[in-house]
Design a protein around this ligand. Structure first.
Ligand SMILES: C[S@@+](CC[C@H](N)C(=O)[O-])C[C@H]1O[C@@H](n2cnc3c(N)ncnc32)[C@H](O)[C@@H]1O
Length: 280
């Protein structure tokens, strides 16, 4: 079989030129130009079998990032695979907010709760070289990716394998300038209704409890005391959660919340802190 025949069959199955080319690059090391210059190039039989195994995994709903074993986040290359949540473009907005609102020489303390692949923590440490960044993750599979991603990106973060609802007790009060989190926020009953490909991702990364708000409620309860007076907490939110999180925050005198929308005009980011009292 030649490479052009392979391309045509895969395109017919996947209905996506981009995914077909990405898989061809991964397995055969050939790009779009190589295919058009050498369409009759015979392919290795073993590689062909591996290639179609990948094609069928994707056709079966598995995210392409798992099949490729990698993704990119804010320009960083990250390893991912079954067992770790795939970082999303919306989450880049949290990181972008931090980049735009802190000076490049920022040297404070940052903690990323529910760190997954480490996307947020690694990005922040990479940019603010003088900062001290902690990352907590409870799933052992995800934690292994976190450690590996920090290594391949040459980033020294302090990673903690643990539960954010236990680990808070190990930190002093008023310690962090930034507490950041993209926690699980899907209502337990809604997980079944998610797209097939999202269901390939770990349950622990999705389940936000009965009303989807367990993590916001508990992070505020356990971690707000760990925030410095002028520090900020920044969360990613699920759809229609901003008013509910605002209501939870009413239990905390002096704190206020600012909301930012994402590219689809959805209230996606909550920034919490005393300094936002007048900004809302
Ligand atoms: C939605 S994912 C986000 C991962 C990463 N922050 C990102 O944006 O790509 C949530 C992560 O929280 C982790 N997690 C769930 N419960 C946790 C807990 N109690 N303590 C620490 N991590 C937890 C999951 O394993 C998962 O990696």
């Amino acid at each position: 079989m030649n490479i052009f025949e392979i391309y045509k069959i895969a395109l017919d199955l996947l209905k996506s030129k981009t995914e077909t080319i990405m898989l061809i690059e991964k397995v055969f090391g050939l790009n779009r130009i190589d295919i058009s210059l050498n369409p009759y190039l015979k392919v290795d039989e073993n590689k062909k079998n591996i290639f179609f195994e990948y094609v069928y995994r994707i056709k079966n709903g598995e995210p392409i990032q798992y099949v490729l074993g990698k993704t990119s986040f804010f320009g960083l290359d990250l390893k991912v695979g079954p067992g770790v949540f795939i970082p999303r473009p919306e989450t880049e907005l949290l990181v972008e907010y931090i980049f735009n609102n802190f000076k490049k020489n920022f040297s404070g303390n940052v903690i990323d709760l529910c760190s997954g692949s480490g996307a947020i923590a690694i990005c922040i440490k990479n940019y603010f070289k003088n900062s001290k960044v902690w990352a907590i993750e409870k799933s052992s599979k995800a934690f292994n990716y976190l450690v590996e991603n920090a290594k391949i990106n040459n980033t020294k973060i302090k990673y903690i394998f643990g539960d954010i609802f236990d680990e808070f007790s190990k930190f002093k009060d008023n310690k962090f300038d930034i507490i950041i989190s993209n926690p699980p926020y899907i209502k337990t009953d809604d997980i079944e209704k998610l797209d097939k490909n999202v269901k390939f991702e770990p349950y622990m990364a999705l389940d936000g409890g009965k009303d989807g708000l367990d993590f916001y409620r508990n992070i505020l309860k356990f971690w707000l005391p760990k925030l410095k007076k002028n520090g900020i907490m920044i969360f990613e939110l699920g759809i229609n959660q901003h008013e509910k999180v605002k209501k939870i925050l009413q239990n905390y005198k002096f704190y206020n919340m600012k909301i930012l929308k994402d590219f689809s005009n959805i209230e996606r980011i909550a920034i919490i802190g005393i300094m936002y009292k007048l900004a809302v």
